[in-house]
Write a protein that binds this ligand. Structure first.
Ligand code: HEC
Ligand code: HEC
Length: 483
């Protein structure tokens, strides 16, 4: 594929910022886009069977009813555990269509949704059902809503894809601004536009614009063609308008390529190694020495309320963690997207969790912490507005947040800009006599940690990472130096 990367069009090359990192990112982006572009347009293999609603209903009751409800009203037994809620299929409002806003989807749209699922949501994919069963369930879904009685709609015309080599990202960005995408999705695509807060969907639930930089949150697909369909047809029920007629086909493709270029490729599951620095550890989130520390991206699980229900859309879905160390201390840099900076109580907040020397139990059991009888953990807690973080050994988050446990101040510095937080937090490597039982960072080996984030603007939502091991390979040779 190297040849593809050499053929970067001059328009892209001009838009390229000078740093090597950006050039690399752009090359990776072009590679991803090229691969999806070359793989696009594969014909659906399905030979459609004769309609059979009864067979479709049987499949539906077996596979779909637990979420979408026995009668399709979106009230299945599992429904309240999910955000967004499983769709009320009797209303006939469909988000992901190839057809004009306000019209029903085509049968192929429904078949594709069922086959692929909606990845950024809890709607599973159903590839394991045979194709005939999927077509039968399409027939059954259409019997649930009167909208399907009208003449079957045609897909909206989509002009030919100019291909990635004709993508002009600067132009795409300008059209993105002109069309008002930024008002909801934010100038950088981080879901922090001025109209983003307070949106309500057709089902009366709060809804957030997508964070376009996070490809894992897209439900209808992340390729330029998928994005093109979203902007031409809108997302019915979610308040995202259709731009058919408001933009020329050429400009629409430029926006689609621009949006695709905003997607950051996450590196999940990497165990980060703490890099050694000589001298003082950095306190500034933009200190160049952070380039020397491997980042790990962690997907966050959002907690539900005490009734097991979603009250607000999860706003924080991932976090990046890095670590640097010297002889005395470890510095962590944590970065995450949050659509607003919330300084008023309860305020944006974060805790790094470590295992204490006494805590037993495996990391899997700690996933659900705190639970009845759970061991105490070591929490480094930062909340916006306080001059320092505080470290405490406690058995609940509340004990630390309310300040009711013995705590020691730790250096912390945070910065918020354009929908993203960066926080640097330091704690000692060796046991601190002021904090009995606190976690000890080993000389070599693994140091378990997890991250919990509270969004002050979305106070019911608490986002929790899995536990990961930070690798400590404390050789004398410095791995990261200022440059
Ligand atoms: C585990 C829960 C769950 C199960 C099981 C489930 N769904 Fe869904 N489904 C959802 C959720 C959640 C959504 C809403 C996603 C959104 O709004 O982005 C959804 C949305 C849909 C949509 C709407 C798509 C659109 O364009 O708006 C269709 C159609 C659908 N599901 C069909 C099915 C079918 C058919 C089955 C069974 C074969 C099924 N679902 C099983 C959770 C589920
Ligand atoms: C009025 C607010 C609003 C405007 C303006 C808006 N969007 Fe959206 N957009 C949304 C919302 C809300 C969602 C999330 C829908 C959901 O969760 O079901 C969304 C989702 C998306 C998605 C993700 C779709 C998926 O597959 O999950 C894309 C891509 C997108 N918008 C692109 C755009 C582009 C490009 C523009 C400008 C041409 C735009 N949006 C303008 C509100 C808006």
């Amino acid at each position: 594929m190297a040849f593809l990367i050499r053929h970067v069009p001059s328009s892209l090359r001009m838009a390229m910022p000078v740093s090597r990192w950006s050039a690399l990112r752009r090359a990776v982006w072009l590679f991803v886009i090229m691969s999806t572009w070359l793989g696009a347009g594969e014909p659906a293999s399905a030979e459609r069977p004769a309609p059979d609603r009864q067979a479709g209903e049987a499949v539906y009751q077996q596979s779909c009813a637990r979420c979408h409800g026995v009668a399709g009203k979106g009230d299945g037994v599992d429904a309240r555990r999910f955000y967004p809620r499983p769709r009320d299929l009797t209303m006939g409002v469909y988000k992901f269509r190839s057809t004009a806003s306000g019209t029903p989807p085509t049968d192929e749209d429904l078949f594709d949704t069922i086959t692929r699922g909606l990845p950024g949501s809890n709607m599973p994919d159903w590839r394991h059902l045979d194709e005939a069963a999927r077509w039968h369930v399409v027939d059954y879904l259409k019997s649930l809503a009167p909208i399907f009685e009208q003449t079957p709609p045609e897909p909206v015309p989509v002009s030919d894809d100019p291909g990635p080599t004709h993508a002009d990202l600067a132009k795409g960005r300008a059209v993105y601004e002109q069309l008002g995408c930024a008002a909801c999705h934010g100038a950088q695509g981080r879901a922090n536009g001025s109209s983003a807060a307070g949106l309500v969907d057709d089902w009366g639930k709060p809804i957030r614009p997508a964070d376009l930089t996070q490809p894992w949150t897209y439900r209808g697909g992340r390729t330029p063609r998928d994005i093109m369909l979203r902007l031409l047809t809108g997302i019915d029920g979610a308040g995202m308008p259709s731009y058919t007629g408001a933009v020329s086909p050429e400009d629409a493709w430029q926006v689609a390529y621009y949006v695709a270029s905003l997607q950051a490729e996450p590196v999940w599951h990497r165990l980060p190694a703490a890099a050694r620095v000589t001298g003082e550890l950095p306190m500034a989130p933009d200190d160049p020495r952070w380039h020397g520390a491997e980042p790990a991206m962690l997907r966050l699980r959002n907690a539900v309320n005490a009734q097991g229900e979603w009250v607000a859309p999860p706003t924080i879905t991932a976090v990046e963690v890095q670590a640097l160390l010297n002889d005395d201390a470890v510095a962590f840099r944590v970065r995450w997207h949050d659509p607003s900076e919330d300084a008023a109580a309860p305020g944006d907040a974060l805790a790094l969790l470590f295992k204490t020397e006494e805590s037993t139990g495996d990391l899997v059991s700690l996933q659900a912490w705190p639970y009845h009888g759970a061991p105490s953990l070591d929490l480094c807690y930062w909340v916006v507005g306080e001059p320092a973080a505080r470290e405490a050994v406690a058995a609940t988050y509340d004990a630390v947040r309310a300040g009711s446990s013995l705590a020691v101040a730790r250096p912390a510095r945070a910065a918020y800009a354009e929908g993203a937080w960066q926080l640097v937090l330091q704690r000692p490597r060796r046991p601190d006599p002021a904090l009995p039982g606190a976690a000890r960072v080993p000389e070599h080996g693994a140091f378990a940690l997890a991250v919990v984030i509270w969004d002050g603007g979305n106070p019911e939502a608490r986002a929790i990472s899995p536990w990961i091991d930070l690798l400590i390979e404390d050789t004398a040779a410095p791995r990261a130096t200022a440059h």
